[in-house]
Ligand binder design. Structure first.
Ligand SMILES: [Zn+2]
Length: 187
């Protein structure tokens, strides 16, 4: 069966029957999956969603522990508003979750404000980032998070944590300002 998901702007093929989709939905924990499971009849749109979510590519299974540790150790030092900038993305602790953002901003109707483009979360339990180039950048940075952050700071001339312009020579070499380095435990 061929499906079109308007809101995602994608076309996809499903080889599953509705019965198989229902079986798979029953094992999914999300509210959305449960609500689809509990409906006896599906509209075309609901059917497309049901087929889509049971076949969605498995979430990225890559272990981003080094990046997670970098954020969690700053958190354990009591740092507030934790943000670490890398060349291709930004990690930001938000409600105890580690959000992956772009450097670019755009208008976000949800908050009626201009915010950084959001790619998803990386986490101990699950990673929801699906953009392949962002995953690649995360993997690269995860191999050596501190060096990756330092590289960003040096190249941009701004602190890899707070984003302020680095002024003295030593901070420029370290890519992280002295205040943030101490606060984040990266000194
Ligand atoms: Zn800073």
């Amino acid at each position: 069966m061929q499906f079109h998901l308007e809101s995602k702007g994608i076309d996809f093929t499903s080889t599953l029957t509705d019965t198989q989709v229902r079986e798979r939905l029953s094992t999914k924990r999300t509210e959305f999956a449960q609500s689809l499971y509990n409906r006896r009849e599906w509209s075309d749109k609901q059917r497309a969603w049901a087929h889509y979510i049971v076949q969605e590519q498995p979430r990225c299974a890559f272990d981003f522990s080094p990046l997670l540790r970098m954020i969690r150790s700053a958190q354990s030092k009591g740092a507030k508003r934790i943000t670490i900038r890398f060349t291709d993305f930004i990690l930001k602790l938000s409600n105890d979750k580690i959000a992956v953002l772009d450097h670019q901003t755009q208008y976000n109707p949800k908050f009626d404000a201009v915010t950084n483009i959001f790619y998803g979360y990386i986490g101990e339990e699950e990673t929801t980032v699906t953009n392949p180039s962002v995953i690649t950048a995360l993997k690269l940075a995860s191999a050596d998070p501190l060096s990756a952050a330092v590289e960003y700071g040096r190249a941009s001339g701004s602190c890899a944590c707070c984003g302020k312009k680095l002024t003295d020579e030593q901070s420029m070499r370290l890519g992280i300002g002295p205040v943030c380095a101490k606060k984040y435990g990266l000194a």
